[in-house]
Design a protein around this ligand. Structure first.
Ligand code: SF4
Length: 180
């Protein structure tokens, strides 16, 4: 058997070009320019402050622009104990955010009520809104928060931003939470 030679394609030389889909380009752009809304109610919020500081520097991920206005945010970061009375307010903030949007429950309290297994505390924010990523810990270290953010980025990159709102799974989820 002789050695086969392969012709180098013309596009290999010069500037070249690449083909991809619109979904992938949008996903990449969105994943690297997320605008978080920090909904911080107690100690986990302090860890988030450390995450934004120079040592951990969340702006490396294109996330330095925090939004305290729901309509200009696409990542809701819930950090701290959420009282049941606060549940409807959290839900209102979520519904005011534009699609597509994602949610991280940061720490034990936001994820499950944490140590506060009591009548006044919401036993996890997923009782009132859908959650994409849960970050464990009481409090989680900034590295864990960053890990949660990177998981969100993977999600943003790989799901179709154009179809998320209309997908049957997402519609079902919103119906479940009575969000129209
Ligand atoms: S999980 Fe722990 S550190 Fe975070 S808000 Fe609850 S009690 Fe505070």
């Amino acid at each position: 058997m002789g050695i086969k030679t392969v012709q180098i394609p013309e596009s290999y030389f010069g500037e070249g070009y690449q083909l991809t889909s619109l979904d992938k380009v949008l996903g990449l752009a969105r994943a690297n320019s997320i605008w978080p809304l920090p909904f911080a109610t107690s100690c986990c919020g302090i860890e988030f402050m450390a995450t934004m500081g120079t040592n951990y520097d969340l702006s490396r991920f294109g996330m330095e622009r925090l939004s305290f206005s729901p309509r200009q945010a696409d990542l809701l970061m819930v950090m701290g104990t959420i009282a049941k009375k606060m549940g409807p307010i959290l839900k209102q903030v979520y519904t005011q955010m534009a699609e597509p949007k994602w949610v991280i429950a940061v720490g034990a309290c936001a994820s499950s009520g944490g140590i506060f297994d009591t009548y006044s505390v919401l036993q996890g924010i997923d009782k009132v809104i859908p959650v994409d990523v849960y970050v464990p810990g009481c409090p989680p270290r900034p590295e864990q928060i960053i890990d949660g953010v990177m998981k969100i980025q993977e999600l943003v990159k790989n799901e179709s931003p154009l179809r998320r709102r209309n997908s049957p799974e997402y519609q079902h989820l919103l119906e479940k939470y009575q969000i129209g």
